[in-house]
Design a protein. Structure first.
Length: 150
């Protein structure tokens, strides 16, 4: 899946993740990183999520002197979507300002499991490389709504 570049990269339920839409998500994630509040790590992360209604929500990491209260870019974007009534996440793009690719942390993976267990997760950095995985690949044998009888 690395560097996959067909016109229709993936089918997402009723939406097609075209290269045009994927480019828009990438641009949104990069742009969101510029709003990052990261005075402690100076690691500006941006994310963009695509919902089943075709809407895109952005998020950045927001650090806090009490490190445990820091919020990641992915969760910021997902929480924005959910707070606007959009709880079906189809794709998330994560941008980190490095050549190396980074995927969501454990907490973000758990939140993705709640709102987009079958969503695509696209990791991009400063280079041309990208990597695409399904959220379920990032958190195998996860705990979720099914475990609570939902």
């Amino acid at each position: 899946m690395e560097n996959e570049k067909p016109e229709r990269a993936r089918s997402l339920k009723s939406l097609e993740l075209t290269q045009e839409l994927l480019s828009k998500l990438k641009d949104t994630a990069r742009s969101a990183s510029r709003s990052s509040y990261s005075p402690y790590s100076n690691f500006k992360v941006g994310a963009a999520v695509l919902t089943s209604k075709g809407k895109i929500y952005s998020g950045c990491n927001i650090e806090n002197a009490s490190y445990g209260l820091t919020n990641c870019a992915e969760r910021t974007a997902i929480f924005k979507a959910v707070s606007e009534g959009e709880s079906d996440i189809l794709a998330v793009v994560v941008y980190t300002p490095t050549e190396n690719l980074s995927f969501p942390c454990g907490a973000c993976r758990q939140v993705l499991n709640e709102f987009g267990p079958d969503c695509l997760v696209v990791s991009i950095g400063n280079g041309e490389r990208e990597e695409i995985k399904y959220a379920r690949e990032l958190l195998p044998d996860s705990f979720g709504p099914k475990d609570l009888g939902k």
